[in-house]
Every structure is written in structure tokens, then in C-alpha cells.
Design a protein around this ligand. Structure first.
Ligand SMILES: Cc1cc2nc3c(=O)[nH]c(=O)nc-3n(C[C@H](O)[C@H](O)[C@H](O)COP(=O)(O)OP(=O)(O)OC[C@H]3O[C@@H](n4cnc5c(N)ncnc54)[C@H](O)[C@@H]3O)c2cc1C
Length: 415
């Protein structure tokens, strides 16, 4: 693997940076692997990386129907936080956030983690109390968050409309100072580099079209690049989970909907943190290039188009202009969508399945970018050793047992 260092950058400067090698191979798929991960998004790539690094499993492949990181991982608004309500969520999201702190060093690749702080506005009395409850729960779980006043909100982010005459005046906010953003593509690329360097085959343009099951055990995969034998498969395909799992006869409690985002033209720095306004439903941060990154809501109907409806877009822009009147005449540069995988309790699924050797990691819905390191780390443990200390509560059984991990408040806005 090409390693980055001050010396390597200086050496490559002498050849005008034309001699950097490729960061991962482009291998032909082998006919047999010890384990195969389907889906080269952040969660699939991180799983492969930790399988190789932590558990020494290197005869493995990640199969991707398009290009790596081209799904939701390369389409999100990059918010990282761990201020969820339930204990199980605090454990996995905080593990993730903590891993993000050292991820650039771990992967020798700059993922541009920026812990600039995330604020969730309280704009009704009810919302204030709900966020206060979350902050108490966070403190009990060792997650650093606190409530801040409307004056502090204004001091941290002056372009926010904190007028008491607003339709929904800002009453305060839940503040997580070490939450923030990272560069989404870099997270996928960093894990891909690390996995490839440990011998993992990342096979792009390779769609899985069938899952073979014999006597209740997974035995292989049919792909557009031939048949592959394996007795362990991890399905990590976000919005396409239901279709993939149906190939093995497993019905999933997942709905797929389009979620969209947009960015403005670049402007000088105006936003020092991430702001989420759940009541009016909008959130915004500023990228290092200067674009305002705006997250929209999910479509109100199930679909697989990667665009998002105009109605949702209009709703989002209206909410943002109300929250940040100063941006009302800013021009928007791009808009796009991704297909997110929603569960009823807005919590993920990391689980064994009724088919022996078949594992599933999905249901991250509108908020799984932040969870990539922790999800990959704990899902790899489940696949390699059957240990489910972190992902145990997120098993499929919970839907049969009615043991929901309700995060509809923490996920009230798509992020
Ligand atoms: C607009 C938007 C904004 C978001 N904002 C945030 C945010 O601010 N913070 C946050 O934490 N999360 C956010 N999210 C959610 C986050 O992006 C996702 O939860 C996360 O990226 C999911 O990663 P993944 O690896 O599971 O899926 P993906 O990145 O979607 O990867 C799945 C891969 O599987 C592949 N695949 C599908 N079917 C097959 C097949 N048959 N064979 C082979 N490969 C297949 C796909 O091509 C895809 O590359 C947002 C999502 C969107 C769409």
C-alpha cells in the first residue's frame, strides 16, 4: 500500500505528484472465499477491514455492483454524533465516534474528521424536555453532551435566527462538542485501502444476483462475474437489503425510501458547527470548501429512485430559510438522493439470520455514516467469532420479541 507521510509527499512533489500508485487492486473474483461481504459502502468495507486486521481473515472479498462508496456512503451529509437515547445505541454510536477520533492515523489516510460540535435545537417545550432527557441518558452512558441556552446558541452560531418572535423560537439546544463531520468518500477509500493492503479482494462492477442455501446453510453466491463458493456471507447493502435477503428466502422488516441533500454555492466561513432543527425539519453545516451542506427529509413513499421528490426539497428549503434567514438568496449548486433502509424503531439491524452463515447489517436509515467504524468493528466480531457484545441488542429477534430500540426522537430529522 502507498503510505502517506511528509517524506512521501515531499518525494512525490519532485515528480509533480504523477507517480502515486493505485490505492487498491482491481482483482478478478476467485471461485472460493472464506467469507464474502456484499456491498462496498462504508459499512461493508469497514467490516472487511476489521475482519482482516482484528481476526486475521484475509481470504475474503467485498462484492460491489457499482463503484465502491457510490451508494449512500458517498451521498450523505457526513454528520457524526452519538447523542442517542437508548443504552444500546449510545454504546455503538459512541464506539464509532471514538474510533473516528483516531481513524486518519489508523488508516494512514486523512478522513478529515472535524469535531466542530453538533447542536440540536429545541424549538418547543416538548422538544426541550425530550432533549433534556437525552442529555441525562447520554451522561449516564459516558457520552459528553449538555443542554445550552438560547444565548449560548447565538454565541456559537450567530447566523441562527434566535428571535423570540420566530414561529418556533429557539429555547435552547442539546450540544455535543466532540461531534462533527468527516469526508465521506475518504472514509470509504481509507477502509478500502486498508482492507486491500491486508489481502481483501474488493471486486467492483460485480452484482450479486443469487444466494445459494443448502440444508439451511449458505453455500455460495451467483454474481454477474461468475459463481463464488463460500460458507459465510455478510449482506451490507442498505436500501437494497430486502431484495438481497429475499434471494435467501429471508423477509426483512425494512422499508426503502429516497432521502435527499443539497449544497449551496461556496461562501466564506459562516457556520462553525452543525445545526439541526428538528421541529421545522432541516439541518445544515458548512463544508471545508465553503458550500452549505443541507439535509432534506425522506420521501413519504417507498421508492428506489436516487433523486428524491420536489415536495421534500421545497419543505427542506422552507425550514432552512426560516432557521437561517441570511441564506435566503444563496444559490443552490447540486441536489442528489440515496436509498435509505428504514426500520420501524429507527435503529439498525446487525444480526445472524435463520440461514446458517448468512449475516445482515442494515437499517441504518438516514443516519449510518456516523456509525461506520463501530458497525464494521462489531459486525466483524460477530462474523468471525460469533461475539455480539455490542451488536447483540440489534439482532433481528427484536422484531419477533417486540423489543424495540426506539430512536425516533434521535432520528427525528434525517442525519
Ligand atoms: C442524502 C443522505 C444524507 C445522509 N446524511 C447522513 C448524515 O449526515 N450522517 C449519517 O450518519 N448518515 C447519513 N446518511 C445515511 C448514511 O449515508 C447511510 O446510513 C450509510 O452510508 C449506509 O452505508 P452502507 O455501507 O450501509 O450503505 P451504502 O453506502 O449504500 O452501500 C451499499 C452498497 O451495496 C451495493 N449493492 C446493492 N445491491 C447490491 C448487489 N446486489 N450486489 C452487490 N452490491 C450491491 C450498493 O451499490 C452500495 O454501494 C445519509 C444518507 C443520505 C442518502
Amino acid at each position: 500500500m502507498t503510505r502517506f507521510s511528509a517524506f512521501a509527499i515531499a518525494r512525490n512533489a519532485l515528480s509533480f505528484h504523477k507517480d502515486w500508485g493505485p490505492h487498491w487492486r482491481n482483482p478478478e473474483p476467485k471461485r472460493q472465499y472464506d467469507a464474502v461481504i456484499v456491498g462496498a459502502g462504508g459499512h461493508g468495507l469497514a467490516t472487511a477491514y476489521y475482519l482482516a486486521k482484528e481476526h486475521g481473515l484475509t481470504n475474503i472479498a467485498v462484492l460491489e455492483k457499482g463503484w465502491l462508496g457510490g451508494g449512500n456512503t458517498g451521498r450523505n451529509t457526513t454528520i457524526i454524533r452519538s447523542n442517542y437515547l437508548q443504552d444500546a445505541s449510545n454504546a455503538i454510536y459512541e464506539l464509532s465516534r471514538a474510533l473516528y477520533e483516531g481513524l486518519s492515523q489508523e488508516l494512514n489516510y486523512n478522513v478529515m474528521f472535524s469535531p466542530r460540535g453538533v447542536m440540536m435545537l429545541a424549538q418547543t417545550e416538548h422538544e426541550y424536555r425530550a432533549l433534556q432527557r437525552t442529555s441525562h441518558a447520554n451522561r449516564l452512558n459516558g457520552v459528553e453532551t449538555r443542554m445550552i441556552t438560547a444565548d449560548e446558541v447565538k454565541r456559537i452560531c450567530p447566523i441562527l435566527n434566535t428571535s423570540p418572535n420566530a414561529r418556533y423560537p429557539v429555547l435552547g439546544a442539546l450540544w455535543q462538542p466532540r461531534a462533527g463531520t468527516a469526508r465521506h468518500d475518504a472514509v470509504a477509500w481509507g477502509y478500502a485501502r486498508g482492507a486491500d493492503a491486508r489481502g481483501v479482494d474488493i471486486v467492483q462492477n460485480c452484482e450479486v444476483t443469487g444466494i445459494d442455501v443448502e440444508n439451511g446453510q449458505v453455500t455460495g453466491l451467483t454474481t454477474t462475474r461468475g459463481h463464488i463458493r463460500t460458507r459465510k456471507v455478510g449482506v451490507v447493502v442498505a436500501g437494497h437489503t430486502s431484495q438481497l435477503m429475499a434471494m435467501a428466502g429471508v423477509r426483512m422488516p425494512i422499508e426503502s425510501v429516497a432521502l435527499q441533500a443539497l449544497v449551496s454555492e461556496p461562501i466564506k466561513p459562516v457556520m462553525p458547527c452543525v445545526v439541526m432543527a428538528n421541529t421545522v425539519h432541516g439541518y445544515m453545516s458548512q463544508s471545508d470548501k465553503g458550500e452549505l451542506v443541507i439535509g432534506g427529509g425522506a420521501d413519504a413513499y417507498n421508492n428506489f429512485n436516487q433523486r428524491g421528490s420536489f415536495t421534500s426539497l421545497e419543505h427542506t428549503v422552507r425550514a432552512l430559510v426560516e432557521t437561517f434567514p441570511a441564506i435566503s438568496r444563496l444559490r443552490m449548486l447540486r441536489q442528489w438522493g440515496g436509498i435509505v433502509d428504514m426500520t420501524g424503531d429507527r435503529s439498525p439491524i446487525l444480526s445472524r439470520t435463520p440461514v446458517e452463515g448468512l449475516y445482515v447489517n442494515c437499517g441504518w436509515g438516514t443516519g449510518g455514516f456516523k456509525a461506520i467504524p463501530g458497525s464494521g468493528f462489531s459486525f466483524a466480531r460477530l462474523i468471525a467469532r460469533g461475539e455480539d457484545d455490542v451488536c447483540g441488542p440489534f439482532s433481528l429477534d427484536r422484531f419477533r420479541e417486540g423489543r424495540m430500540i426506539d430512536e425516533s426522537v434521535a432520528a427525528a430529522v434525517a442525519h
